[in-house]
Structure formats: structure tokens, C-alpha cells
Design a protein around this ligand. Structure first.
Ligand code: HEC
Length: 190
């Protein structure tokens, strides 16, 4: 009985030990950190490359953004410069043309227009008729700011009190462009 008991105990102990060994072996392969270490060495370089690519892309995007900003600023500056130049050109053109923007006629064309519009019934180039000579008008208005506009308006609407007691009646047969062209011509007469 003793032998049987002890051998049973031994067998039980062996079985327990084997089971324990088997159990302790089992989690080992499962929890074996073998796969992670195998992956880990491979992963860091991959992450680094990806990070580098990402950083490079970010840097490129930043550089592109900066370049775009610079380009936008340059374009805005250029637009400002063009605007300034344009307004300066308009200003100088306005000063020369007296605020009217018409192509000047040749002396012959202008005189024919004045004849056609009946201006020469009261005006001559260099002597007084009912109205002052155009030479006198040119001398009186020489160097005056906006002279073309002033005369063009008087040609259309009439005028009085500048050259004598006789007024000039309105000339409704003359449109604004013709009035400006006649004024330019009269001011050019010497
Ligand atoms: C009925 C006569 C008469 C006709 C037609 C006439 N004028 Fe006059 N014009 C005058 C008189 C008079 C004056 C002077 C008015 C004054 O003293 O302000 C005058 C003045 C002017 C002046 C000078 C205005 C100033 O203040 O410096 C111009 C320029 C002029 N005429 C152009 C014309 C033109 C161009 C026409 C044709 C579209 C025309 N006139 C037709 C009688 C006339």
C-alpha cells in the first residue's frame, strides 16, 4: 500500500510537473516576443523614410506657399504700379486736353467743321466780326487749365461778357465731341 501510495504520489507529481511544464511552455510561444522584435527592426526604417518623405513634403508645401505669397505680393505691387502709371497718364492727358478725350482734327478739317456749323458767320481767324477772332480767343485762353473743356461748353451753350457786350448764342447743332474738337483747334490758332 505504501509503495502504491508513493508511486501514485510520484505519478501525480510527475503529471502535475509535466502539466506545469506544458503549461509554462504553452504561454511561452504565444507570448513569445519573437514576432514583435522581428517587426520592430524592420519598422523603424520604414517610419523614418515615411517621416522624411512627409517632412520633405511639408517643407516643399511651405516653400511653395511662401513663393505663392511672394508672387501674390509682387503681382499686387505690379498692379499698383500699373494703376499709378495709368492714373498719371490720364492726369497728364487730362491736363493737355483740358478734360476732353477727343482726337484732334487737322486745321483744314476743323475749319471746314466750323464753316459747316455756321461759326464763321460771326468769327474769323484773325479779325473781329460779331465775335472775337479765334486768334484773340487762343491768346486769352493760352495756358489756362481746362481751356478745351471751358471753350467746348461755351461753344455748345453760348457765352457772354468776356470779349464785349455782344453774347454768343447757344449752338445746339454742335455735339460734345465736335465742340471739343473746335475748341482744340481754336486754341491752337496763332
Ligand atoms: C451769332 C454769332 C456767333 C456765332 C454763330 C458763334 N459765335 Fe462764338 N462768339 C460770339 C460772341 C459774340 C462771342 C463773345 C462772347 C463773350 O464776350 O463772352 C463768342 C465767343 C466765342 C468763343 C470764346 C469764348 C470764351 O469765353 O473764350 C469761342 C471759342 C467761340 N465763340 C467759338 C464759336 C464756335 C466754335 C462757333 C460755332 C459752333 C461759334 N462760336 C458760333 C458769337 C458767335
Amino acid at each position: 500500500m505504501k509503495m502504491q501510495k508513493s508511486s501514485f504520489l510520484l505519478a501525480t507529481l510527475l503529471a502535475v510537473a509535466l502539466t506545469a511544464c506544458g503549461k509554462s511552455d504553452e504561454p511561452a510561444p504565444v507570448a513569445a516576443p519573437a514576432p514583435p522584435p522581428a517587426v520592430q527592426p524592420a519598422t523603424p526604417p520604414q517610419v523614418t523614410v515615411a517621416e522624411r518623405v512627409e517632412q520633405a513634403a511639408e517643407a516643399t508645401a511651405e516653400a511653395a506657399e511662401e513663393a505663392a505669397d511672394a508672387a501674390t505680393a509682387a503681382v499686387a505691387q505690379a498692379a499698383d504700379a500699373v494703376e499709378e502709371a495709368a492714373s498719371a497718364a490720364v492726369e497728364s492727358a487730362t491736363q493737355t486736353q483740358g478734360g476732353t478725350d477727343v482726337a484732334p482734327l487737322s486745321a483744314v478739317e476743323a475749319e471746314n467743321l466750323a464753316k459747316a456749323k455756321n461759326c464763321m458767320a460771326c468769327h474769323a481767324l484773325d479779325r473781329k466780326l460779331v465775335g472775337p477772332s479765334y486768334k484773340e480767343v487762343a491768346e486769352k485762353r493760352a495756358g489756362e487749365d481746362g481751356a478745351v473743356a471751358i471753350l467746348a461748353e461755351k461753344i455748345q451753350k453760348g457765352g457772354s461778357g468776356v470779349y464785349g457786350p455782344v453774347p454768343m448764342p447757344p449752338n445746339p447743332q454742335v455735339n460734345a465731341q465736335e465742340a471739343a474738337q473746335l475748341a482744340q483747334w481754336i486754341l491752337s490758332i496763332q
